[in-house]
Design a binder for this molecule. Structure first.
Ligand code: PLP
Length: 446
């Protein structure tokens, strides 16, 4: 009864993010009621193993009382403090300091946003300001990578290179350019070295085409997430970073998915030993308990902006920048990561990858890829030809439904890719269940 009325109210009033409005009206919402560890429960009492950590964000897992306490304490003490008027609160100051200490290189200056999209938007604004301050305001062109996702706010959506975020919105904009993705599985003729060399050549060519003195920045995800969990070959990030340094273009690592243990270390840039000029994070920063994102800037970026502005205010910021409750949550979550969750995630990630590898013998499995607790299984009907699943299978909805019936939540991408990003707290038995339930779904899909 309760569920029925909620489904109807949802249909009538709640606009869902990134959904087919009509498709959703027809299917109806599945309402979740509670969660603990890696398990969520719906309003009908069905328990599901959350193999996607909500939207790849609940890295710490659900139900940590200490996180709830941290938020409640902060709300009791000081629920809000603006950062305007030279004011501030303890939690965001401490959080910025803790993150600066752990971030790669001299990414020492941190601006807190509300999530990932507005973190990316903020980098675009800060980068424009940086080039103005350097006396090069003509550097207003941005480059990103096909299949990339950088958010859906007005500016970030232009860096996003997934057609569904452009069609009907008048995007991309004139100042946003793309180079091809490294997508190794669908680049069959190329070795890892060739893929790296091709991307380097393409980035150089794109910069010359736009004009070397016009390019402001190049954006990458250490692993492309929403484009289908595409893992670049080893050395790809480093090579792209080096080209940007040589051409004096700012290099931005969008770690909204990959930071906070998702690939193993706290930041995926550590996997390749690189220091980006700017870095964005969100999701795992607060493990999804409350909204927050963060822009990390290297010293030279911050100093240039600061010198450029002088006594003037840098006109960028939100009412809820550096929200104290979010910061208190993020501090507690950071403590949990370092108190064992990162370590557990590394072990669970190795088990997940090994488990998913065993699915390679399945007739429908074309590719298995990933790093740490971020993985994908790409389905095909013909392994030789790498033929994607036909649209009649409706990969995004039918496969999701079948996994749900098995008590598993995984992301099902429209092109027939299962995406995995379980909470770092998963036990061995939970990881094994994710793999086994996937095999059952694949058998049913044959
Ligand atoms: N950047 C990347 C790499 C993302 O994966 C996402 C979201 O999935 C975003 C930015 C946008 O973050 P948000 O949804 O918090 O606005």
């Amino acid at each position: 009864m309760l569920t029925n009325s909620l489904v109807e109210l949802d249909r009538q009033h709640l606009v869902h993010p990134v959904s087919s409005f009509r498709g959703h009206e027809a299917r109806g919402v599945r309402v979740l009621r509670s969660a603990k560890g890696a398990t969520v429960t719906d309003t009908e009492g069905r328990e599901l193993l959350d193999g996607f950590a909500g939207l790849w964000c609940v890295n710490a897992g659900y139900g940590h009382e200490s996180v709830v306490e941290a938020a409640a304490d902060q709300m009791r003490k000081l629920p809000y403090a603006t950062g305007y008027f030279d004011l501030g609160a303890e939690a965001p100051i401490r959080l910025a300091a803790e993150l600066a200490e752990r971030s790669p290189g001299d990414l020492n200056h941190i601006y807190f946003s509300l999530g990932g999209s507005d973190a990316v938007d903020s980098t675009i604004r800060f980068i424009r300001y940086y080039w103005h301050a350097k006396g090069q305001p003509q550097r207003d062109q941005f480059i990103s990578v096909e299949q990339g996702y950088h958010g859906s706010t007005s500016m970030a959506a232009g860096l996003t290179a997934l057609p569904g975020f452009h069609e009907g919105f008048g995007i991309p904009y004139q100042w946003q350019h793309k180079i091809s993705s490294h997508y190794a599985y669908r680049n069959p003729a190329q070795s890892a070295e060739e893929i790296v060399a091709a991307s380097v050549a393409e980035l150089r060519a794109k910069v010359s085409e736009i004009g070397e003195d016009k390019v402001a920045a190049f954006y990458v995800e250490p692993i492309q997430g929403s484009g289908g969990i595409l893992v670049p070959p080893k050395g790809w990030m480093k090579a792209m970073r080096d080209v940007c340094a040589e051409l004096e273009i700012l290099f931005v690592a969008d770690e909204v998915i990959t930071a906070f243990g998702r690939t193993g270390p706290l930041f995926a840039c550590e996997d390749e030993g690189i220091v980006p000029d700017l870095m964005t994070t969100a999701k795992g920063l607060t493990s999804g308990y409350v909204p927050m994102g963060a822009v990390f800037m290297r010293n030279h970026v911050y100093e240039t902006i600061a010198d450029g502005a002088g006594a003037k205010a840098v006109g960028h910021g939100f009412t809820y920048s550096a929200h104290p409750v979010s910061a208190a949550v993020a501090l507690e979550v950071l403590y949990l990561y370092e108190g064992g969750l990162l370590e557990n995630g590394r072990k669970a990630g190795a088990r997940l990858m090994a488990g998913l590898e065993t699915l390679r013998d399945h007739p429908l499995v074309g590719d298995v890829r990933g790093r740490g607790m971020l993985a994908a299984v790409e389905l095909v009907t013909d392994k030789e030809k790498k033929t994607p699943l036909p649209a009649s299978v409706q990969p995004a909805t039918r496969l999701f439904d079948r996994a749900w019936e098995q008590g598993l939540i995984v992301r099902s991408f429209p092109q027939g890719i299962f995406g995995y990003a379980p909470p770092l707290c998963c036990t061995e038995a939970e990881i094994d269940a994710i793999v086994e339930r996937t095999r059952t779904v694949l058998d049913q899909t044959l």
